[in-house]
Every structure is written in structure tokens, then in C-alpha cells.
Ligand binder design. Structure first.
Ligand code: DGL
Length: 266
């Protein structure tokens, strides 16, 4: 049993979409979340910059004595998972991509669409994981770089978001033959209902949720599951945007938590 917190991080508020899933799956677990809202989005930045930011955040989380780190960001997973595991070989560090790729294959997906940031899509990492499991599965991928800035601004339940989704996805869906769609960015579960309404024929896969199953397995296998405790979750943002506050408060639903600004890498 281990009551230390799990460290989660993302370029902004996207990784918060994992937290309610963690809370219902493993209610004893405590969280330290870091959203790099001052430097979001990551998804169009260079690999070197993303790796540098990721190392700064993970160094901070490790200094807070976390028992595990969840990279709640596809872009960072694509660019920095191996590097972070090499830097901290004794701490389990989970990425969101492999568990999601595995799930879609286990579900019998034969033809899979993937949407994500430019960095994630250009890396081809989802395709590599899927093809390594079954090379006959067809994959189609599309970068949707305007989604993250809109979501960070809270522009979600309205025509602007719907039009942006259609701008990127109408042709992609119409001209490719897939019936499953990976939301390959942890911000995208916040627009999952828009996507389901616009393309009801697609079955969606949520990387923010899949990684929690992986976390549960690893914690159990390493005897790191938390017992009942009254510890509080802690949420940090490098710049406390209104929307980060709104989203964290919405997710907390009465649970005790600290939400603070924390500059990093200075
Ligand atoms: N939530 C991040 C991801 O999963 C968004 C990256 C970004 O900031 O562009 O890729």
C-alpha cells in the first residue's frame, strides 16, 4: 500500500479529463496535476522544446514525491516517453498512446481513424503501435491543430467549435473508410459529444480513459495502490487561466483540493 500521490501533467487542462475516470476507478488515489497553461499548446512546437518542458515538469513532480507519473498528453508521450523513463528508471511513467492503441486492437478494430496534434500525428506513433499488434489494420490520421487553443479558451458548446470540427473532419470522415476514431489528444474528450453528434457512426476511443486502466494494473502489480486516506489533491497551472479554474472546479465536485499557480523552468 502506498498513499503518495500520482503525478499527472499536460500542456494545459486536457489531462484533467483523466481525473474523474481515476476518481471513479481508484477513489483512494490522490493526485498532483500540473497543467502548463503558460506555454500551451505544445502540439505545434519542436520536439526539443517539448522534451525540455516535459523534463522540467517531471523533475518538479518527482520533487513532490509522487509514486507514479501519468503523461496525460499524447504530444508529450509521442516526443518524450522514452527520455523520461530513462531519466527516472525507478518511477513508473505511463504514456497515453500505447494503452489506447492496444484497446482499439483488442476491440477488433480493422480500420481506425486517429486525430491529434500536428506533433502526435506527424510522429506516426499510433500507427506504429497499432501495426506492431496487427499489421493488417488500416489507419488514417489527421492533425487538428486548432482544437486545443479553442478548448483552452472554453469555446466548446457552440457553432464555432462545430464548424472547426467540420472544417477538419468532414472530408477526412467522408473519404476514408474507418468506423473507430481515436481521440489522440487528451483535450478532445471535452469535444467528444460534438464529434459524436456530427459523426454518429464512429465509435470513439479516449486516451485519457485508457491510461487509467493501465495505471490500475501497474499500481496493483507493484503493490502501490493507495488505502483509504484523507489527503487532498493538488492542481497547479503555470498560468492560472479562468478556464483552468472553471474546469478544475467542475471536476472536483466538492472534493477538497488546492489550485495554485506555479511557474516552472525559470
Ligand atoms: N493534451 C495534449 C495532447 O494530448 C495537447 C497538446 C497541445 O498542447 O497541443 O496532445
Amino acid at each position: 500500500m502506498d498513499n503518495r500521490p500520482i503525478g499527472f501533467f499536460d500542456s494545459g487542462l486536457g489531462g484533467l479529463t483523466s481525473i474523474p475516470i481515476l476518481n471513479s476507478r481508484l477513489p483512494n488515489e490522490r493526485v498532483i496535476y500540473f497543467g502548463d497553461t503558460a506555454r500551451t499548446p505544445y502540439g505545434s512546437k519542436s520536439p526539443e522544446t517539448i522534451r525540455e518542458f516535459a523534463v522540467e515538469i517531471v523533475d518538479y513532480l518527482v520533487s513532490q514525491d509522487v509514486k507514479m507519473i501519468v503523461i496525460a498528453c499524447n504530444t508529450v508521450t509521442a516526443m518524450a516517453l522514452d527520455l523520461l523513463r530513462e531519466r527516472y528508471p525507478d518511477i513508473p511513467i505511463l504514456g497515453v498512446i500505447e494503452p489506447t492503441a492496444r484497446r482499439v486492437c483488442e476491440d477488433g478494430g480493422r480500420s481506425v481513424g486517429i486525430i491529434g496534434t500536428k506533433v502526435t500525428i506527424n510522429s506516426g506513433v499510433y500507427e506504429r503501435h497499432i501495426k506492431a499488434i496487427d499489421s493488417s489494420i488500416r489507419t488514417y490520421s489527421l492533425a487538428c491543430p486548432a482544437f486545443v487553443p479553442l478548448i483552452e479558451e472554453g469555446i466548446i458548446d457552440n457553432d464555432i467549435m462545430d464548424l472547426t470540427i467540420r472544417y477538419y473532419m468532414d472530408d477526412f470522415v467522408a473519404h476514408n473508410d474507418f468506423d473507430r476514431l481515436i481521440l489522440g489528444c487528451t483535450h478532445y474528450p471535452m469535444i467528444a459529444s460534438n464529434i459524436m453528434r456530427l459523426y454518429p457512426e464512429l465509435v470513439l476511443y479516449n486516451s485519457s480513459a485508457e491510461v487509467i486502466e493501465e495505471a490500475a494494473d501497474v499500481l496493483r502489480d507493484r503493490d502501490l495502490l493507495a488505502g483509504p486516506n484523507d489527503g487532498a489533491d493538488r492542481y497547479y497551472a503555470s498560468d492560472l487561466s479562468d478556464n483552468f479554474l472553471k474546469m478544475t472546479n467542475k471536476l472536483l465536485e466538492g472534493k477538497s483540493a488546492r489550485i495554485e499557480v506555479r511557474r516552472i523552468g525559470e
